[in-house]
Design a protein around this ligand. Structure first.
Ligand code: ADP
Length: 161
């Protein structure tokens, strides 16, 4: 059984994230989407809210589950018996950071591999922070976030960041 962990902030999950999750679910037997709690970031949504959003828009995927992690991603990966981390790459700007993290993670874990999937061409420009900025000013974010969570994001973000 090949299990992949798909970590991120997901603050909130976007259709770009969902595309990566769906494509990973088609390759691996099991995918765990991991809401990584990073004390250096100031998220707009709590880890539980972010996990709930992801659960609601991945309910059609039988082999996908969602969890929250406060420590090192690689420790979580080993704890659950997974062997692969899956990450989406949007552009060269993602590459340098992700390249560094994958090498560090492989070194400190003694072998956990990171697999990169290129973002869908239509999602290359999309980030959670851009979505929040549009929502804050009352813009239409429906092309960017899964329909299941659209109203919740709008009501939480509109002029509140
Ligand atoms: P961000 O806060 O930059 O939106 P996250 O930390 O939540 O991103 O991202 C988790 C993973 O998803 C990262 O590997 C990131 O590169 C990837 N990702 C983010 N947005 C997209 C997108 N639009 N398309 C594909 N992958 C993405």
């Amino acid at each position: 059984m090949k299990t992949a962990v798909c970590p991120g902030s997901f603050d909130p999950v976007t259709v770009g994230h969902l595309d990566i999750i769906e494509r990973a679910a088609a390759i691996f037997d099991k995918v765990i989407v991991l809401v990584a709690v990073n004390p250096q970031k100031q998220p707009s949504f709590s880890p539980e809210e972010r996990a709930d959003f992801i659960r609601r828009c991945t309910s059609h995927l039988d082999n996908v589950s969602v969890d929250i992690c406060e420590g090192l991603i690689v420790d979580y990966v080993k704890k659950v018996g997974a062997d692969t981390v899956v990450k989406g790459l949007r552009a060269m700007t993602d590459f340098e950071y992700e390249f560094q993290m994958s090498l560090i993670n492989r070194t400190i874990s003694g072998g956990v591999e990171t697999v990169f999937m290129t973002a869908g061409a239509e999602h290359m420009y999309l980030s959670s922070s851009a979505v929040k900025q549009v929502a804050y000013y009352g813009g239409d974010i429906s092309p960017f976030v899964p329909a299941e969570i659209l109203d919740d994001i709008n009501s939480r973000i509109l002029r509140k960041i």
